[in-house]
Write a protein that binds this ligand. Structure first.
Ligand code: DAH
Length: 345
């Protein structure tokens, strides 16, 4: 039997020796080490032999198996090295070539602006909160001091979704991020300082300045002794951080049902410096957000005593900020998924 092993060994080694390509190695392995190879046959037959012989032959056969496996590994390594050397010699493999570029994604322009705006407020002590895009009429309107059938509802062209049958609770796609003001105040006590980024929806025809879905960021600060001076100081600081330290801002009276008094804030036009141009429609000013002092009705509704607490709130569209910043003239470009647009940012 041991002679037989010697013969297998000699045969296997000479065949291995003759192999010139890695592709042939697998066939060799199957022939000499596979399930149907003579060596495996011997190892299987061991059980039927007398103990003494089983020991001797078993040891020898196992040794041969390990030896052949190692020979195979060495041969594979040697062939690979030889192949690489051949390629290098033929200059078919130029190791000095630069690597292939790997396609890398980037953040959408809206996400970039959203993060930048959040960072500015986080640095001023605000937390970031979020709320649902499918919202109850109650949070989107009612709790924000906009009762049913009130003409102020016309300020938001609304996409209605459904009614909860029994209780008649109308459901909609939120038209602004303001409902999250209520959700946050219901969950916490003052002091409150949050910013709320997110998608909002409007039932509107699209054109260069209107989309049916866009992003807003809302802000809310409620505490004892918050005044209009806090509102102005905070938003002034924000405008300078986002649009440059030389920016001037202008506050004017405006109407939003959930604030009293309500304002809008403009920055001086950074294209013409206030002289008047196309960007600012010859006015010298660019409106960027709505804001105001939180209406006492709203504080009362969430259980805050308006004699003790006051607050300011603001809201702005993020695409508009990006459009001003980068000179983008059509909001429809943002979500049309044209890579020629998206790759610019
Ligand atoms: N929610 C308003 C809108 O979508 C924007 C707004 C105005 C938010 C004044 C506010 C605010 O928090 O105080 O048009």
């Amino acid at each position: 039997m041991t002679e037989e092993l010697e013969r297998f060994k000699a045969q296997a080694l000479s065949e291995l020796e003759a192999i010139a390509e890695t592709g042939e190695l697998e066939a060799w392995r199957i022939r000499h080490l596979g399930r149907k190879s003579p060596l495996t046959g011997i190892l299987r037959g061991l059980a039927t032999l007398p103990l003494e012989e089983r020991r001797r032959l078993g040891a020898a056969a196992n040794e041969l198996k390990v030896f052949l496996e190692e020979s195979l590994a060495q041969k594979r390594q040697a062939l690979r090295e030889a192949e690489t050397a051949r390629l290098l010699a033929a200059a078919a493999l130029d190791v000095t070539l630069p690597g292939r570029p790997w396609p890398q994604g980037g953040l959408h322009i809206t996400t970039q602006i959203q993060r930048e705006v959040c960072d500015i407020f986080v640095a001023m002590g605000f937390q970031v909160a979020e709320g649902p895009e499918v919202e109850w009429d109650y949070y989107n309107f009612e709790a924000l001091n906009i009762p049913k059938d009130h003409p102020a509802r016309d300020m938001w062209a609304t996409l209605w979704i459904d009614y909860e049958r029994d209780g008649e609770r109308p459901m909609l796609l939120r038209t602004h991020t303001s409902p999250v003001q209520i959700r946050v105040m219901e969950q916490t006590r003052p002091p409150v300082r949050v910013v709320v980024p997110g998608k909002v929806y409007r039932y509107e025809a699209t054109d260069a300045t209107h989309e049916w879905m866009f992003y807003q960021i809302e802000g809310l600060a409620v505490d004892a002794n918050i005044t209009m001076a806090d509102l102005k100081g905070t938003l002034f600081q924000f405008a300078r951080r986002l649009f440059g330290p030389e920016r001037r801002v202008r506050f004017r009276c405006d109407y939003f049902p959930f604030v009293e008094p309500g304002v809008d804030m403009s920055i001086d036009c950074f294209v013409c410096g206030g002289k008047g141009c196309r960007l600012c429609s010859e006015s010298g000013w660019i409106e960027i957000l709505g804001a105001g002092m939180v209406h006492p009705n709203i504080l009362r509704r969430v259980g805050y005593d308006p004699e003790v607490y006051s607050g300011f709130a603001f809201g702005m569209g993020l695409e508009r900020i990006a459009m001003l910043r980068h000179g983008i003239d059509d909001i429809r470009l943002f979500y049309a998924n044209d890579l020629r647009f998206l790759r610019q940012f």
